[in-house]
Write a protein that binds this ligand. Structure first.
Ligand code: PXP
Length: 247
C-alpha cells in the first residue's frame, strides 16, 4: 500500500491570487482556505498533509502552518529550505516530517532536487538538528546515486525522489530513460536503508507507471489533486488518486 501525502500549496496559491494583501487569511469572504482543504483531504483518506512554507510566502503562510499543526489528524509534512531560519521555525512547530527542498526565488515551483553533495555541511546541520528534536527528515533529491548515498551517510531516514524530470518527459522519447533513473534510484535508496518517497508532477495519468516503482513508501501529490478538486470536489479527487495509486 503506497501512502498519499496531499500537498495543499496550490489551494493557497488561489487564495493569495485574490487576497494577498488581506490582513487576515481566514474566515469571512477569504477563500479558498487551505486548512479546510486539508481536512477534506483527510476525510477522503489522505495519509498526510504537505505544505511548503517558501521564503517568499507566495502561497502558504505561517499562520496556515500553525492552524494545520493544531487541526489535522494525520501527519504534517513541512517542506522547507535548508536555512537556519527555517530550521528554527521547524523546531518550534514540530511537524511530524520535514522535507528539505532547494529554493530559488524565481522558480514557479521547485525545480531540480536538493544538491546534498554540494551543500554537505548545511544539510548535515539541518538533518542533525531536526533529527535530535524527533522530527523525521526527508531530503528531496534527484534520483542520482551520489545524492542518494550521501543522504544516507548524513543520517536522513527518508529521501523523496524528484519525479519532475520524468513527468516532464512523459510524452517524449526521454520518458523511458527518466523512468529507469527513478527505478534505479529507488533500488539504490532501498539498499542504503532509506525509506523511499517520491513526488512532483505526478498526475492521474502518469500514476499508472509511477506506482510500479519499487519500494515506494509515500507519494506527495499536489497540483493534479488541487486541479481536479475544482471540478469534482476534494473528496473525489483524493479518493480517485488513492485508488489509482494502489490498483
Ligand atoms: N514534493 C515536493 C518536494 C515538492 O516540492 C512538490 C511541489 O511543491 C511536490 C512534491 C508536489 O508537486 P506537484 O504539485 O507537482 O504534485
Amino acid at each position: 500500500m503506497i501512502l498519499l501525502g496531499v500537498n495543499i500549496d496550490h489551494c493557497a496559491t488561489v487564495r493569495q491570487a485574490r487576497y494577498r494583501d488581506a490582513a487576515a487569511t481566514t474566515g469571512g469572504a477569504v477563500e479558498p482556505d487551505p486548512v479546510t482543504f486539508a481536512l477534506a483531504a483527510e476525510r477522503a483518506g489522505a495519509d498526510g498533509i504537505t505544505v511548503h512554507l517558501r521564503e517568499d510566502r507566495r502561497h502558504i503562510q505561517e499562520r496556515d502552518v500553525w492552524r494545520l499543526r493544531e487541526s489535522i489528524a494525520t501527519r504534517l509534512n513541512l517542506e522547507m529550505a535548508c536555512t537556519p531560519e527555517m530550521t528554527a521555525f521547524a523546531l518550534k512547530l514540530k511537524p511530524d516530517f520535514v522535507c528539505v527542498v532547494p529554493e530559488n526565488r524565481q522558480e514557479v515551483t521547485t525545480e531540480g532536487g536538493l544538491d546534498v553533495v554540494g551543500n554537505k555541511k548545511r544539510v548535515r546541520a539541518c538533518v542533525e538538528a531536526l533529527g535530535a528534536a524527533g522530527i523525521q527528515v526527508s531530503l528531496f533529491i534527484d534520483p542520482d546515486e551520489a545524492q542518494i548515498e550521501l543522504s544516507a551517510k548524513l543520517g536522513a531516514p527518508f529521501v523523496e525522489l524528484h519525479t519532475g524530470a520524468y513527468a516532464n518527459a512523459y510524452y517524449t522519447p526521454k520518458r523511458e530513460k527518466e523512468f529507469q533513473r527513478l527505478r534505479l534510484g529507488c533500488a539504490r535508496a532501498h539498499d542504503m536503508e532509506l525509506t523511499v518517497n517520491a513526488g512532483h508532477g505526478i498526475n492521474y495519468v502518469n500514476i499508472a507507471e509511477v506506482r510500479t516503482l519499487p519500494h515506494l513508501h509515500e507519494l506527495n501529490i499536489g497540483h493534479s489533486i488541487v486541479s481536479r478538486a475544482l471540478f469534482t470536489g476534494v473528496d473525489e479527487a483524493v479518493r480517485e488518486m488513492r485508488t489509482r495509486m494502489n490498483e
